[in-house]
Design a binder for this molecule. Structure first.
Ligand SMILES: [Zn+2]
Length: 303
């Protein structure tokens, strides 16, 4: 039975009590920052969800309407795949969740993107290092690590399930409101997950909030530094990204405002450099570092 129908059959009082209980029960500890975070999911469910995304992506690529003959793990550059797997393995070891079942896949398709699904399943498209349209240089480990560390941070900070939890609460609150006015047909049944992975040309592309992007930048630059990759590459890569445009499947669409992000990364660089020079140093308290600078537009509005 859809959740919406169950909810409509309950009294308003019961729904409100249930909602309060869920809000209280959902507060769990964030593995990365140590602060409390709002997440209904257990880490096992992150892993299961990520597997589903990856399997859907692999199946879509295998059907290969758009990229015939370039299906997943077929015709791939084995040396490059080994390089990426090596980088992800080094990053995973220094991450806050080193024991996730990390897995790396490469598809030889002209899409400028890479992502890590919840639970650490990583997908990379070879367009990422396309000499003309790409974001990084193919054989530059530091640049590859900058992108991969950022993506892994989305997984270790559990941005997808955290956001799904918040959205579900908002929708349940919406259902309470419509129940209260006697309306029918509220839609808890819609697939919230599709909000995160937009789909086009057989390719999945995640979209996160600006807050999540900033957090992944912050965590990512420290992961790469601790794993032995020069954190300056993160600033360089996102400066470059700020000057590029792409379709909805590209990393440029899913990672907007790169100019501001490069500036924020430059602020965190000195701290990251300390870890790069001495990887045995612990991570700083992420909450005490300077925040992402505000976008130009909102600065102009302030008095
Ligand atoms: Zn991101």
């Amino acid at each position: 039975m859809p959740v919406s129908r169950i909810l409509r059959s309950l009294s308003l009082k019961t729904i409100l009590a249930l909602l309060l209980l869920l809000v209280m029960a959902a507060c769990s500890k964030d593995y990365v920052t140590g602060r409390s975070s709002y997440n209904w999911y257990k880490i096992d469910q992150d892993i299961k969800l990520g597997k589903e995304v990856l399997n859907s992506q692999l199946a879509a690529l295998q059907k290969g309407q758009n990229y015939k003959g370039k299906a997943i793990e077929v015709d791939v550059d084995e040396a490059q795949l080994a390089r990426i797997r090596g980088i992800v393995s080094r990053l995973a070891k220094v991450s806050h969740l080193p024991d996730l079942p990390y897995e790396v896949h490469l598809a030889e398709i002209p899409v400028v993107n890479a992502w890590a699904a919840p639970g650490g399943k990583v997908m990379v498209y070879s367009g990422l290092w396309d000499p003309e349209k790409g974001l990084v240089k193919k054989e530059n480990d530091d640049e590859l690590a900058a992108v991969l560390a950022h993506e892994l941070a989305h997984a270790t900070a559990r941005h997808v399930t955290e956001s799904l939890s918040t959205n579900m609460t908002i929708m349940m609150a919406g259902t309470v409101a419509t129940s209260a006015i006697g309306a029918t047909g509220s839609s808890m049944g819609q697939n919230l997950f599709s909000n995160f992975f937009s789909y086009g040309f057989n390719v999945f592309a995640p979209s996160y909030s600006r807050k999540n992007e900033s957090e992944a930048d912050l965590i990512g630059i420290f992961y790469m530094a601790k794993a032995g990759y020069n954190p300056e590459a993160a600033v360089a890569v996102w400066q470059r990204a700020a000057k590029q445009r792409g379709d909805k499947t590209s990393i440029f669409a899913s990672h907007p405002a790169s100019g501001d992000r490069a500036k924020a990364l430059a602020q965190w660089l000195p701290e990251a450099q300390k870890i790069y020079q001495n990887p045995s140093l612990p991570y700083p308290n992420f909450r005490e570092l300077p925040k992402n600078p505000k976008p130009q537009a909102s600065q102009a509005k302030s008095p």
